[in-house]
Design a protein around this ligand. Structure first.
Ligand code: TLP
Length: 344
């Protein structure tokens, strides 16, 4: 059977047109700022996000960490949701690299301005100062949920009033914009820095951008170099990113529609959905004691793999399936047939 990989939207492979764009990219040495394709991508990203400048980096993790370094000093507190990517899935980078402590806030990825005000430590010599908040949009662990723009703006305003900076981890910000019926600049409007990934729903093989104001970009560039993220003829990768922005943004609604179909199909098989998907991430739970052959999430993943269907568990009962460019409506229908086959 042909494998169907729904572990993440990071698994997409560049198709022939994207590879053609990469092969014919004009390149130069980007550490000297001389790669014309990287320069074009950075200018394009800055315009799209409504910021002055952007920096091309290898990964979303590096994008977030560069922003965190630029917005903090060692000993500072960063406020983020308890299951934020910057806290749970970046190998402890903020603490290990920058001496930044993360204090959690809100529940299920979201918080409002009241919770933010309450979480900011008062100024006292004993207390570490909170200097930045990170907002993840869409929020991964909650199942790709979207921050309402007004809530995001209100939280950012409250942060700025208290002298905190705002970073948006917008790894999937184009999915957020598509679901909210708005553009990414609207979402990014109140952020000091915003990171987004080309290598997820947009289908590029590598790359993320950090966007910011003109006075910050030099510092971001220096931190990228410090991390070893200065690449040379990176235009080959940037060309894939430009191709993705040209051809893979408009189609994101398809991924969201496929996620909805997948969620409904899984529910019809007796799996439990904490909510219907808003974007391209589908969370579902294996109910306790219902299926003798599939008692928990790990077993579901193992049995699915035996049927060439790849879906990762995220805890004992819960799994996450992700729709993407290479998971067409037909492949999602096929995935559901496979689940029906082994769930009986
Ligand atoms: N998320 C990956 C895994 O790391 C969990 C995935 O499969 O979803 N911010 C957010 C919100 C992310 O979801 C991710 C990747 C990143 C940052 C980091 O991007 P990369 O993988 O490019 O470092």
């Amino acid at each position: 059977m042909d494998p169907i990989d729904l572990r993440s939207d990071t698994v997409t492979r560049p198709g022939p047109a994207m590879r053609q764009a990469m092969a014919s990219a004009e390149v130069g040495d980007d550490v000297y700022g001389e790669d014309p394709t990287v320069n074009r991508l950075e200018a394009r990203a800055a315009t799209l996000l409504g910021k002055d400048a952007a920096l091309f980096v290898p990964s979303g993790t590096m994008a977030n960490q560069i922003a965190i370094r630029a917005l903090t000093r060692p000993g500072d507190v960063l406020l983020a949701a308890h299951d934020a990517h910057v806290l749970r899935y970046e190998s402890g980078a903020a603490a290990a690299l920058w001496g930044v402590q993360i204090q959690t806030i809100g529940s299920n990825g979201f918080f409002d301005e009241r919770a933010l005000r309450a979480a900011i430590p008062y100024r006292d010599v004993h207390l570490a100062p909170a200097t930045v908040i990170a907002i993840e949009n869409t929020h991964n662990v909650s199942g790709g949920r979207v921050w309402p723009c007004d809530q995001l703006d209100a939280v950012a305003r409250a942060a700025h009033e208290r002298g905190l900076r705002v970073h948006i981890d917008g790894a999937r910000i184009f999915n957020a914009a598509c679901a909210a019926g708005t553009d990414v600049a609207r979402i990014a409007r109140s952020a000091d820095t915003v990171a987004f990934c080309l290598s997820k729903g947009l289908g590029a093989p590598v790359g993320s951008l950090v966007c910011c104001d003109a006075d910050r970009i030099g510092e971001l560039r220096r931190i990228r170099k410090m991390l070893g993220g200065g690449m040379r003829q990176a235009g080959i990768l940037a060309a894939a990113g430009l191709h993705a922005l040209d051809h893979h943004v408009e189609r994101l609604q398809e991924d969201h529609d496929n996620a909805r179909t997948l969620a409904e199909g899984l529910a019809a098989c007796g799996l439990e959905l904490p909510q219907l998907p808003e974007t391209n991430l589908v969370l579902f739970d294996v109910p306790a004691g219902r299926f003798a052959n599939v008692p928990d999430a790990a077993t579901f993943a193992r049995v699915a793999r035996e049927h060439d269907l790849l879906i990762d568990p995220i805890d004992r009962r819960r799994l996450r399936a992700v729709t993407h460019l290479d998971a067409t409506a037909e492949r999602i229908a096929d995935a559901l047939d496979r689940v029906r086959g082994f769930m009986g």
